[in-house]
Design a protein around this ligand. Structure first.
Ligand code: ZN
Length: 364
């Protein structure tokens, strides 16, 4: 009877081990969480942000109003919980040195805080009469407004990686703000997983996801697939070196960073006093916000191997090896359990025989 109890215990341990080893991994209600994020996107709020920015009349980097709009953006990001907001000042103009301001809003990550995801858009504008009027609704109040909307939604959630929003100035004068920021933060580029630039996404037939090298292709594929998954048909992938380097993404390009730009390629009102909010397409604004929000949701949290398709095949190979290892472990555990059960049975049995042998003979 004692032997039977010992046997049962060893087999019980073995079965628990089998259960743990073969238990499948299911991501916990990930889809529902993403949907709840997307449901919060509001076109009214996005339009209000665009109006607020256009109401500065001009955001030309050499104008006083540009600095007023910088303060407005600083206050906005500071009003959201979870962001650490700073001005990044840089020199602008040669004859009469003056400063312009980038606004940097940083949200800490949890267990991958040393890895960065960047989302940026320039807030400065230009026209043929830049000191008096440069509304810059499509170029690029809309990109900044989308960033503001995403920040107000994502700030309620914690994420693994560190997220940095940057509103750049001086883009229209030659990518001055983004170049200065990249020079001053060169050391984090190696740890930057992805950078997304929004510049001119409010009009045009389609929103182009612009890439130009192998690294940016991987990220463009990822964001484009996200637009398909969300059921949008107004996005396309475009290999366009000039499109990528002609704006702030150019300051990052060629420095080993996965960088893309979203752009409508529409030049109808660009750099004119007619670049006004009423010329924008609300559907482009909402769809772009959702695609970028969903992309960030994964970019901020998932391991690199499952984020980007290029490395995905390597990941599945590793997974196959993992599966084989699992069955080897289960086999070894089975052998150990059988050995222990058999060994205990034998030793108990031989002890029993020994006892019998040592028992003194009864005298009749
Ligand atoms: Zn622009």
């Amino acid at each position: 009877m004692r032997i039977m109890i010992l046997d049962a215990r060893y087999f019980k341990v073995f079965f628990i081990q089998i259960l743990i080893a073969s238990f499948p991994f299911y991501p916990a209600s990930e889809v529902n969480e993403l949907q709840s994020l997307l449901d919060q996107v509001s076109i009214d709020r996005i339009n209000n942000h665009i109006e607020d920015l256009v109401n500065f009349r001009t955001r030309y980097a050499l104008s006083e109003n540009c600095n007023k709009s910088a303060q407005f953006l600083f206050n906005y990001f500071s009003s959201l919980d979870g962001f650490y907001v700073t001005f990044h000042n840089f020199s602008i103009g040669i004859r009469d040195p003056q400063f312009s301001k980038n606004i940097v809003a940083l949200k800490k990550g949890t267990d991958r805080n040393n890895e960065y995801i960047l989302l940026f858009a320039h807030y400065d504008s230009i026209s043929n009469i830049p000191l008096s009027s440069a509304p810059g609704a499509n170029d690029n109040a809309c990109g900044v407004a989308i960033m503001m909307e995403i920040a107000s939604i994502i700030n309620k959630y914690s994420s693994n990686r560190r997220l940095i929003f940057i509103a750049f100035s001086g883009e229209e004068l030659g990518l001055l703000g983004s170049r200065a920021w990249v020079n001053d933060n060169y050391e984090i580029l190696g740890d930057t997983i992805a950078g997304i630039c929004l510049d001119g996404v409010g009009r045009g037939e389609k929103i182009s996801i612009i890439f130009a090298d192998e690294e940016s292709t991987i990220l463009a594929d990822f964001v484009f697939n996200m637009s398909i998954k969300l059921g949008f048909e107004n996005f396309e992938k475009v290999n366009d070196y000039r499109g990528l380097t002609g704006t702030d993404s150019g300051a990052f390009f060629g420095r080993g960073v996965r960088i893309i730009r979203l752009w409508d390629k529409d030049r109808t009102y660009i750099h004119t006093i007619k670049d006004l909010p009423e010329t924008l397409y609300p559907s482009h604004l909402v769809d772009t916000t959702k695609v970028i929000l969903a992309s960030l949701f994964y970019l901020l949290n998932k391991p690199l191997e499952i984020l980007f398709e290029k490395t995905y095949s390597e990941y599945s190979k590793k997974n196959e090896i993992g599966q084989i290892n699992k069955w080897i472990i289960i086999g070894v555990m089975l052998l150990i359990s059988l050995f222990l059960a058999f060994y205990k049975k034998r030793t108990s049995y031989s002890k029993h025989i020994q006892k019998e042998r040592n028992r003194p003979f009864r005298k009749f």
